[in-house]
Design a protein around this ligand. Structure first.
Ligand code: CO
Length: 202
């Protein structure tokens, strides 16, 4: 692997040609406006390319990514994305997608590094602390790591549900629907965690 800088632009030219060959109006249609059905909130990890593993085309997924796919209630960036996606784009689905082997989650499992990233990882540490008993029951470190990835996804789904704009839209329109996913880098497979919540009690 190793994508050269020059190759990026060569790839782009090929991609444009390919898109135009299959649909000559592809870019003029894109230009009109976006109607994505999905808001995807995932990890920045380069091995977890949302649109590629979803088989999605431009215009189909509104994306927000950060380290360890977090939706901190103090994070104006994530909150603006959610607000716009729900209020303006009226997405049908909001997905929080974590992934096994997540470096951000792993860092949160370890002691503080005295690094500028500590406050960011603290939010995942909090998820670990809240679920300490369940995690301690797992003897295998790898299993504990995978479980914390899943628990973090569910915690972030709950954070999405705390946003007033999301609650209001669910109450008034019955959507968006919330989903928690994990991408398994080892197999390339997508796992639906079947995140449970009661839309009627929101
Ligand atoms: Co990650």
């Amino acid at each position: 692997m190793g994508l050269t800088y020059k190759q990026v632009f060569e790839n782009n030219r090929l991609w444009v040609a390919e898109k135009k060959a299959s649909d000559s109006d592809f870019f003029s249609k894109l230009e009109e406006e976006q109607h994505p059905d999905y808001l995807y909130i995932g990890c920045s990890d380069s091995r977890v390319p949302a649109e590629i593993f979803m088989g999605a085309q431009p215009g189909e997924v509104f994306v927000h990514r950060n380290i360890a796919n977090q939706v901190a209630l103090s994070d104006q960036n994530a909150l603006s994305v959610i607000h716009f996606a729900v209020d303006q784009l009226r997405v049908k689905h909001i997905v929080v997608c974590g992934h096994y082997m997540c470096g951000g989650v792993q860092a949160a499992m370890e002691r503080k590094q005295d690094s500028p990233l500590d406050p960011w990882f603290d939010q995942v540490r909090e998820v670990a602390e809240l679920n300490r008993l369940e995690l301690e029951r797992l003897n295998d470190v790898g299993e504990r790591f995978r479980r914390l990835v899943e628990l973090n996804v569910e915690a972030q789904c709950r954070n999405v549900l705390k946003r007033e704009v999301v609650k209001e839209s669910i109450r008034n329109n019955g959507s968006p629907t919330l989903h928690g996913w994990v991408f398994d880098i080892h197999s390339g497979g997508l796992i639906d965690l079947d995140f449970q919540y009661d839309p009627d009690s929101i």
